[in-house]
Design a protein around this ligand. Structure first.
Ligand SMILES: Nc1ncnc2c1ncn2[C@@H]1O[C@H](COP(=O)(O)OP(=O)(O)OP(=O)(O)O)[C@@H](O)[C@H]1O
Ligand SMILES: [Mg+2]
Length: 244
């Protein structure tokens, strides 16, 4: 392992399964707006994501899945409640601490891929490592390894516009893994893909949980994909129901 141990979040997240769950959420609340127009997206949500598991988050459109993932990833702050990621209480991190956590320890995958159009597949995967000033040789080696892991070893020089949707999402998965995150957050990663391609992407995520030892929290409303999960959380009326 070449997992870096510099920085506060670095040492905290590089733990073993004995260190407790990857994510612990307690009585989480988040509303949008005020007064009669307020939307109470999360009304006291509690759950855990054990290390090394793939946990699916389901719920109808508007049930609060994206809201919850953004909070767990430190992209948004809650109105109440507590979130710990790898034992670190997110409320205790300042902006720089959150930035470091997101850059070094959490990988994000979005429904819309989020690739940079003018960069090749390889350059896109390399971006998080550039932000972290990883040695160029090490970066190139890891980019090649990740692109072959996601089955795109022959497409490294193509730009997103020259790749299919499924291929673009696989580039995005490779990019999310670039800095060896302990934790992957995926928001409807198969939402823009056909059923067969979505299945392949989900299988890839499943494989990555094994090969890279990461923990995954993935929002999906595709019932076909729930079978890949170790456990399923359902958001309904601002609360979580767990299906093990
Ligand atoms: N920035 C915002 N301002 C106001 N309301 C918001 C905002 N973001 C989300 N909401 C509201 O909060 C609720 C939860 O939205 P959220 O995006 O978390 O749902 P979701 O489960 O991800 O839905 P989908 O499956 O369609 O992606 C919705 O009622 C939505 O309209
Ligand atoms: Mg959403």
């Amino acid at each position: 392992m070449t997992r870096s141990t510099e920085g506060q979040s670095g040492t905290v997240l590089a733990g073993s399964p004995a260190d407790g769950p990857m994510v612990r959420v307690e009585d989480l609340r988040r509303s949008y707006g005020t007064g009669a127009a307020a939307v109470h997206a999360l009304r006291g949500v509690s759950f855990e994501v054990p290390r090394g598991e793939l946990v699916a988050l389901k719920g109808r459109s508007g049930s609060g899945k994206t809201t919850l993932l953004n909070l767990v990833g430190g992209l948004d702050a809650p109105d109440g409640g507590r979130i710990t990621v790898g034992g670190t209480d997110l409320a205790g991190l300042d902006e720089d601490g959150l930035l470091e956590l997101r850059r070094d320890r959490i990988g994000f995958i979005f429904q819309s891929f989020g690739l940079i159009p003018i960069l090749t597949a390889a350059e896109n995967v390399g971006v998080p490592m550039r932000l972290r000033k990883t040695d160029p040789h090490e970066r190139e080696e890891r980019v090649a390894l990740l692109l072959s892991l996601v089955g795109l070893g022959d497409h490294t020089r193509q730009r997103p516009g020259e790749l299919s949707g499924g291929q673009q999402q696989r580039v995005a998965i490779a990019r999310a893994l670039a800095n060896r995150p302990a934790f992957l957050i995926a928001d409807e990663p198969t939402g823009q893909l056909d059923a067969e391609t979505g299945l392949a992407v989900m299988q890839l995520l499943r494989a990555v949980v094994r090969s890279e030892g990461v923990t995954v929290l993935v929002a999906t409303h595709d019932p076909q994909l729930l079978s890949f999960a170790d456990r399923v959380l359902e958001l309904s009326d601002g609360h979580i129901v767990e299906h093990v």
